[in-house]
Design a protein. Structure first.
Length: 343
């Protein structure tokens, strides 16, 4: 008998930590975790098996198909926005070809099981691309179908993978004599900037927010790479995990679309600094915009419209800005750096 499992790729990343902790803590899912890096020791008891490997390794994926009955895939593995700009071809291989291989794995699994395999995919605000600051100011909260003109390789990758998921869910092999019907139950979230207190930032273009907080907690100066007025939507990591689980659990017939925006609060870099300084009065932050990274942030919306998620599957963030800092971010970061704190 093959074990019935949930596959989580990119398991050792920021989102993977939270997702494994939630799914593992519930006790109802056997988890197979996959990552290039070794899984943190604290997560190992939560998973049925950890595989250190590459999502581009077809032999590895083939073994997964033969050894497990994979009911759901949470595909978190990716090269993030900043690193992707330095190695765009590598980013395409990981972010697009890796996703394509996993979608194909889902198809094979659905054939074995005789039912669609759930495929939950986190996309990003990077899928948007506004032409200038004036357009950003006029746009307000941007919907899923607006301004889909990304300017980064990461954004291009994410937007294309959204389309790949739509194809595999609705149009896969549509000209075949016996076309596959709904082999993949693809569901996608477009995340804003994510702020975690439990893991260190890992190279996202929106990471100036969490970087500011982590530096302040350690008593280290921080040079913020965007202007004080740079504004983006954000979400606390527990809400990000909850949204993935809620979307994965939502009845298929309640979903009016395959790609949903989710968000919680929008803050400027200066407003983040104000909240950091309230918690750590000795925080030293200077604003030294990196013009190239600033241009990327300027191309992303100041807010995103998540009414479809709220309507279709009851999305409601638990953390607004005040609660995110007061009850989650600041207490957890204080605990993390307690010996080094000076503020």
């Amino acid at each position: 008998m093959r074990k019935e499992v949930v596959l989580i790729t990119g398991a050792n990343g920021e989102v993977g930590h939270g997702l494994i902790a939630r799914l593992g803590g519930q006790g109802g899912a056997r988890i197979v975790a996959l990552d290039l890096q070794s899984l943190d020791d604290g997560l190992k008891p939560q998973v049925d098996r950890f595989i250190q490997g590459d999502i581009l390794d077809e032999m590895l994926l083939g073994r997964l198909v033969s050894e497990y009955e994979i009911r759901a895939i949470y595909h978190l593995a990716s090269l993030l926005s900043t690193r992707a700009e330095f190695t765009p071809e590598a980013a395409h291989r990981v972010n697009v070809e890796g996703t394509l291989k996993l979608l194909r794995l889902a198809v094979e699994q659905s054939h074995w099981q005789g039912r669609p395999v759930l495929f939950v995919y986190p996309s990003s605000i990077a899928a948007y691309g506004l032409p200038d600051l004036a357009a950003k100011a006029r746009a307000g909260a941007v919907g899923e179908d607006d301004y889909a003109h990304p300017t980064t390789m990461y954004g291009c990758n994410k937007l294309y993978c959204e389309h790949l998921g739509r194809y595999y869910a609705r149009h896969y092999r549509q000209l075949a004599v016996e076309a596959d019907q709904a082999a993949v139950d693809f569901r996608c979230l477009r995340f804003p900037g994510l702020i975690s207190a439990e893991t260190l930032p890992t190279g996202g273009t929106s990471d100036y927010g969490p970087e500011m907080l982590h530096h302040a907690a350690q008593g280290e100066p921080y040079a913020c790479f965007v202007r004080e007025d740079a504004r983006l939507p954000f979400m606390a990591m527990p809400d990000a995990i909850e949204s993935l689980l809620q979307l994965g659990a939502a009845p298929r017939d309640k979903l009016s679309r395959l790609v949903y925006n989710v968000t919680s609060f929008s803050l400027s870099a200066a407003e983040i600094y104000d909240r950091v300084r309230q918690a750590f009065p000795n925080a030293e932050v200077t604003f030294q915009p990196d013009l190239k990274r600033q241009a990327i942030v300027d191309s992303w919306p100041a807010d995103i419209d998540d009414r479809a998620a709220r309507r279709d599957w009851g999305w409601q963030p638990a953390y607004d800005a005040a609660r995110a800092f007061a009850e989650y971010l600041v207490p957890a970061v204080r605990r993390r750096y307690a010996p080094a704190m000076v503020g």
